[in-house]
Every structure is written in structure tokens, then in C-alpha cells.
Design a protein around this ligand. Structure first.
Ligand SMILES: NC(=O)c1ccc[n+]([C@@H]2O[C@H](COP(=O)([O-])OP(=O)(O)OC[C@H]3O[C@@H](n4cnc5c(N)ncnc54)[C@H](OP(=O)(O)O)[C@@H]3O)[C@@H](O)[C@H]2O)c1
Length: 250
């Protein structure tokens, strides 16, 4: 396949997003808009993508992820010469649950970056896709958003917000050519989980997760667990009766 595509990645320095971008870059003739908070990290990703596909163009934009006016302005700028074919919203931070319980400023920041910020980007891009009448908006949520658990419910609550929000967008665009895709990774080997993996957490290889994410985006699937086995695991976790769930240390 060698069609021209415009792909916007919010949180483009994320390891999962970077691996997805490499898959898209190899397909050729892609116009990338990479949004992030740090220009040198963004530039490294941009150079890597340019080296992988000579027909690709890569632009980077530094943005404050928690400023609604800036989000609105930058999104308008990104689509000023044409709507995006794919928008991927990838940023996130694995919250320290214990710290969040004791430091409400930290808890607020985590809820905002993982939840509110992601939905504000989604809302701003949704409007541009609606105007174009087509396109795919993908957001990375998490299995953690499926059921609140004592070990990570601040992060889980923010991802739960993303889940419910995406459901609403899917309802809004039902029957149109606009697809809204929610990706729910299980534990994945990225910088976000490096410390946990070093302490024995079993996590999926990032390229495997990126491949299932890209496949789900290509299909326009409403929801995709990555790897797919998490669909079964989370179905069980969601349906466990409270008296069983409350005895589990998860
Ligand atoms: N890894 C997992 O096990 C796992 C599981 C489920 C869901 N997820 C979700 O997958 C997505 C990608 O994560 P990843 O695993 O690829 O982790 P990652 O490599 O650590 O990437 C995290 C990304 O979020 C950005 N970010 C973090 N805090 C930010 C802030 N305050 N403002 C702006 N950007 C911020 C980082 O930017 P900088 O590069 O500038 O720091 C980076 O682009 C996230 O939404 C995460 O919640 C990950």
C-alpha cells in the first residue's frame, strides 16, 4: 500500500506510539505531525521516522498538554492544510497510587494528564474529523480503566474517564465514516513500566502491543485489548462478585 496519509500523534515520544509510527512510516508517503512536551525528545523520534521512509514528512510541535486554549489552537494549526486520516492520543503517566493518596496536588496532576488532557485532545480533534466527514481517532486507555483496584485506582479512574468519553464519541459518530478506537494495553515493556519490570512484572513486548494497536486502528475497531488475551482477563475481573474481588490483592 502506498497511499498518502496524514497521521497526528499526541504524546509522540511514547514507546508504544513510536513503535506504531515506525509501522506506519514503513508503509510510505505519510505526513506525520508529532505533538509532545519536549522538543529534543520529539526531534529524536522525528529523525528516526525520517530515516525509515524517504517519502515521509515529519513535523514536530511542542505543546502544554494541560492548557485547553493551547490544545484548541494547536489542533486548528495541525489541520489547517487538511484533516488528519489518523489521530492517535498516546500520552500518559503511570501514577504512584500511594503518593496520590497522600498528596492531592500530585493526584490532581495525574488525573488531569491521564484523563482530562486526553479527552480535551480527543474533543478538539473530533470536531475536525466531523468537519471532514471522515478519519480515525484512536485513544490509548488501559485495562486499569475497566475496574477500580486498590493498587492503582487514581490512574484507573483517569483511564475510566477516557473509556466513558470514547463511548460517547463512538455514539456521536455512529453511522458515519468517522471511527473512534479505544486501545486498552495490558502491562507493556516501555519506560513507563521499566521499574516494575525490573522488579519482576511480566509485560508484553512493546512491538507486539504496537502491532495489535495499528491493526485495530486499520480495522476501525471500537475497542481493542493489546495483547488480545487481556479481553478475557478483564472480562473475568469486571464480573467477579465483590466478595471475591475484595479478597484479591490486585
Ligand atoms: N506501558 C504500559 O504498561 C501501559 C499499559 C496500559 C496503558 N498504557 C498507556 O499507553 C500510553 C503510552 O504509554 P507508554 O507505555 O508508551 O509509556 P512511555 O513510553 O513512558 O510514554 C509516555 C508518554 O506520555 C508523555 N507524558 C507523560 N507525562 C506527560 C505530561 N505531564 N505532559 C505531556 N506528556 C506527558 C511522555 O512524554 P515525554 O517523553 O516527554 O516524557 C510520553 O510521550 C499511555 O497512555 C499509557 O497510560 C501503557
Amino acid at each position: 500500500m502506498n497511499e498518502h496519509k496524514k497521521i497526528v500523534i499526541v504524546g509522540a515520544t511514547s514507546a508504544i506510539a513510536t513503535h506504531a509510527a515506525r509501522i506506519w512510516a514503513q508503509k510510505g508517503h505519510t505526513e506525520f505531525f508529532l505533538l509532545g512536551r519536549d522538543s529534543s525528545r520529539l526531534n529524536r523520534v522525528a529523525e528516526d521516522l525520517k530515516a525509515r521512509g524517504t517519502q515521509n514528512s515529519v513535523l514536530t510541535l511542542v505543546i502544554n498538554f494541560t492548557n485547553p486554549e493551547e490544545i484548541q489552537r494547536v489542533v486548528k494549526q495541525v489541520v489547517s492544510d487538511g484533516a488528519a486520516d489518523i489521530v492517535l492520543i498516546a500520552h500518559g503517566s503511570l501514577s504512584d497510587q500511594q503518593r496520590a493518596q497522600n498528596d492531592l496536588v500530585y493526584a490532581q496532576n495525574e488525573l488531569i494528564i491521564n484523563g482530562v488532557s486526553a479527552v480535551l485532545f480527543a474533543e478538539a480533534f473530533a470536531t475536525t474529523l466531523e468537519l471532514a466527514g471522515r478519519g480515525t481517532l484512536a485513544v490509548i486507555g488501559s485495562v486499569a480503566g475497566d475496574r477500580g483496584r486498590r493498587s492503582n485506582y487514581v490512574y484507573g479512574a483517569a483511564k475510566g474517564l477516557v473509556t466513558r468519553y470514547v463511548q460517547g464519541l463512538q455514539h456521536r459518530f455512529a453511522g458515519t465514516a468517522i471511527k473512534v478506537v479505544l486501545i486498552k494495553p495490558g502491562p507493556t515493556e516501555t519506560p513507563m513500566t521499566a521499574a516494575l519490570v525490573a522488579n519482576g512484572l511480566k509485560a508484553a513486548p512493546v512491538d507486539e502491543v504496537a502491532q495489535s494497536m495499528v491493526a485495530a486502528i486499520d480495522r476501525g475497531a471500537p475497542e481493542a485489548y493489546a495483547p488480545g488475551k487481556w479481553w478475557v482477563i478483564m472480562m473475568i475481573i469486571r464480573h467477579l462478585p465483590r466478595f471475591v474481588f475484595n479478597k484479591m490483592n490486585i
